[in-house]
Design a binder for this molecule. Sequence first.
Ligand code: SAH
Ligand code: SF4
Length: 334
Amino acid sequence: MNLERLENVLHNEPKFRLKQAKQAVFIDLISDWEQATNFPLEIRQRLNDDCPLEIEAEVLKSQRADSVKALIRLDDGLKIETVLLNHADGRNTICVSSQVGCPLGCLFCATGKMGFKRNLTVNEIVEQVLYFARLLKKQEGRVTNIVFMGMGEPFLNYESVLGAIKALNDKDGLNIGARHISISTIGVVSGLIKLAKEPRQINLALSLHAPSDDLRAKLIPANKKYPLDAVMEELNNYLVQTGRRVMIEYLMIDGFNDDKEQALELAALLRKIDPPLFFVNLIAYNPTADFQPSSTKKIFDFKKTLRDQKIDVTERYRFGQDINAACGQLAGKW
Ligand code: SAH
Ligand code: SF4
């Protein structure tokens, strides 16, 4: 799919054509300009040549039917992964990628282990959502939420991520509210500063994963560049400026960061946040390589310690592990 040339192709046509074209793509969710029957044949052909709508993908469905993974082929042959999460309450969340691979190389993450190829364009981010919007339409469903928790670090591709959010947010298009869109970051400080200034009320999630620099650096090489002090300070500025609640993501890794002591250390770190607009989301580690997930009991105890410390905490539902569609398991081979 490529919509980058859409305005060019329709440049000499009356203005309403562009509006009609966008409606066809984002509301009627057509996958071939032939289906835009309100367009003259000649324009449909030109659009099919210059702005093809087809999205090439291989699809995998989870046994539990809670998720679907698409391996999408980009124009240059590289591949990325996108996941549809069907929540029990009827919400349909699309977990989108922002980069092909990731340059940050976190040791627990399958994407990080595969290295980095390139940033995605606005079009390539939007196309991931459109792919599932089309699929859901066939089942009379719609995309309700978007999370930037697929491959890549969204704040290292800030402009394209925000460009895509603007397109997905469009009232005359998919009309997905900013409050239903979340960006997850490992703590890229420049991104926190920029997001705080955005007029759109986009949600933020911070991948913390450890309560001290020593421990965090063992998982996240980028902790050198973005140490905890700097990240927490900028998170605090973000909260002062936006007044929006953030999610603190914390992976539960067996024998690494899941002890009572570490829960207490985490509570002490988070208690400094002012205003205290946050909650902790515990994520059972999806085994990809060198680490093991914490036991259910360990997670339960960790949660209880945090609660006793008056820290709000939830646990993430485990989606689609059988198709490697869960967080951190995306490693579409290019
Ligand atoms: N780069 C961003 C967004 C993509 S990763 C970030 O790191 O936040 C999305 C989430 O998946 C992050 O919280 C990340 O820490 C988590 N994740 C990575 N590998 C994982 C794994 N193997 N099991 C569970 N979660 C993982
Ligand atoms: Fe990149 Fe996020 Fe994976 Fe780290 S966890 S390697 S930042 S995608």
